[in-house]
Design a protein around this ligand. Structure first.
Ligand code: SF4
Length: 61
């Protein structure tokens, strides 16, 4: 499983980082990035993807 954030869609709301800080980081960036390891965090990654208001998180299985 792989996760990535589409920078064209991300509005930097911070929700993904709140739900799954192990994988998603926003920090001072203009858009979030999937920087962490997805392995072991699959459920939280899926929850973050489902919760993203702009569907900017792409998951590949
Ligand atoms: S939840 Fe979606 S829009 Fe919000 S920071 Fe994460 S990727 Fe960007």
């Amino acid at each position: 499983m792989k996760a990535s954030v589409d920078p064209e869609l991300c509005i930097a709301c911070g929700l993904c980082e709140e739900i799954c800080p192990e994988v998603f980081e926003l920090g001072d960036r203009e858009t979030a990035e999937a920087i962490g390891k997805v392995e072991g965090n699959e459920e939280a990654v899926e929850e973050a993807a489902d919760s993203c208001p702009t569907n900017a998180i792409e998951i590949e299985y």
